[in-house]
Design a binder for this molecule. Sequence first.
Ligand SMILES: [Zn+2]
Length: 400
Amino acid sequence: MWAELLPMGRSSASGGYRRFAWTGVDLECRAWFKAQAEARGLAYEVDRNGNQWAWLGDPAAGDAVVTGSHLDSVPDGGAFDGPLGVVSSFAALDELRARRVAFTKPLAVVNFGDEEGARFGLACVGSRLTAGRLSVEDAHKLTDGDGTSLPRAMETAGYDPDAIGADPERLSRIGAFVELHVEQGRALDLSGDRVGIASAIWPHGRWRFDFRGEANHAGTTRLVDRRDPMLSYAETVLAARREAELAGAVATFGKIAVEPNGVNAIPSLVRGWLDSRAEDQDSLDRVVDGIERAAREYAAAHGIDLDVVRESFTPVVEFDHALRDELARILGKQTDITVPVLGTGAGHDAGILSGSIPTAMLFVRNPTGVSHSPAEFATEDDCVAGVIALADVLEGLACS
Ligand SMILES: [Zn+2]
């Protein structure tokens, strides 16, 4: 499976993957999923939002156990984020068949569409639509960098954009969703474990900081006469690092826009975007409040006007405690060791669905912690350990 997926959408220049929703490469990945389903004699279907499903047993029976992830990528993404979950799902099913287990519940493998949001700017579109967390109206407004709308892109790819919308009936037939994912951090590497269980997805948000000063000549304006917003911005970047370190959180200014953006002009405006995430809401509030307070002090000292706008926010996602404990019990019984339970700063389809159905996640060790990059990696042994852990979990959930 891995060998078939590896060449799809790989850039020869960067070595990274460009598997964007509803493009030709996405359709190649989707054809691969369908072929995997059919090769195993699973019932293949596409839901109204373009998510792909492969069923063992009758979905209408209810209380289904579902596993899977996504096949799309960020620009120049790695090979593991998404595909590892889908490949492991099919491999875990093969493992269960080899064990000759008797399924008492329907089981499905799913590929959620457009998880990364690389093309239309919104993550988890497939699962958001299904869970009713994205309205049809808002979905229709999504456009890519070339001005192609989401409905147009779906139509071009041979899918029906008029069908999209919430799918509570489908979700009501699912008893548990388990997503296996490569870890996007180094917690497992540091603890020396191959596999971990997710506790929660950290709350996170994006804030826009507008520092306004006065444009002037870079050669003739005396330093003391300047109102240079770049200085306040630079000090704020350092404050973000300091506040995040104090709270054990993360804070990043990763995007900046400067006006007039001339090499020989003092800027009139520096607009910086802050992304911050923390283990809990209190820590996140403390970090962002601290950064904003520092920014206001620096701005006042330099005669700079400052506006801070929160552009997006996602509260903490606690995975279902009963399901999480069940996973820990199943894996603990098999391995005789305690499987670590860890939080994550990254969003996932499992996080979106957790508002509607019991969801859980398994993480597979990533030795460098790097993800969303061609350097993203997991060893073959760890991937196999992930498959076995997933098979154990599915057996525990769907065969008892
Ligand atoms: Zn992912």
